[in-house]
Ligand binder design. Structure first.
Ligand code: 5GP
Length: 122
């Protein structure tokens, strides 16, 4: 899939839409999800134009990948959720229910998070 430069996270990166920023560096922006699914629900996105986990893992530079992974771990530590624990999740493609076509990692925390995968509803 070609990258859509008008997707909502691209607009957030350009500052055209506001976000509640948690962290920013050269490669990464992190902000609170607009519709949180847990008491803490943060989205971590690369600044580069990658559609999905599949695209990012295949096409991003080593500096971008290392920067992203290091930042995601640091963000969780800064949020204070390493204990009692948290979940990271990336939806990739239609079956996973990916809604925004700019790669993002969800960080969920703040309560017992239950089963890893909910029963299918379709
Ligand atoms: P996906 O389903 O693609 O894995 O997750 C997309 C996430 O982006 C959803 O959890 C949704 O609530 C969040 N989201 C969608 N639009 C916005 C927005 O404009 N601002 C923020 N902060 N989050 C958004």
């Amino acid at each position: 899939m070609a990258y859509d430069k008008d997707n909502i996270f691209a607009k957030i990166l350009r500052g055209e839409i506001p976000c509640k920023k948690v962290y920013e560096d050269e490669h990464v922006l992190a902000f609170h999800d607009i519709s949180p699914q847990a008491p803490i629900h943060v989205l971590v996105i690369p600044k580069g134009a990658y559609v999905s986990w599949d695209d990012f893992s295949q096409s991003a530079s080593e500096a971008e990948i290392v920067g992203f992974v290091r930042a995601a771990g640091r963000i969780a530590r800064d949020l204070g959720v390493v204990e009692p624990g948290y979940r990271v999740l990336a939806n990739s493609g239609a079956d996973a229910g990916q809604e925004v076509p700019h790669f993002h990692l969800h960080i969920f925390a703040g309560r017992r998070l239950g089963r890893m995968i909910a029963p299918a509803r379709d």
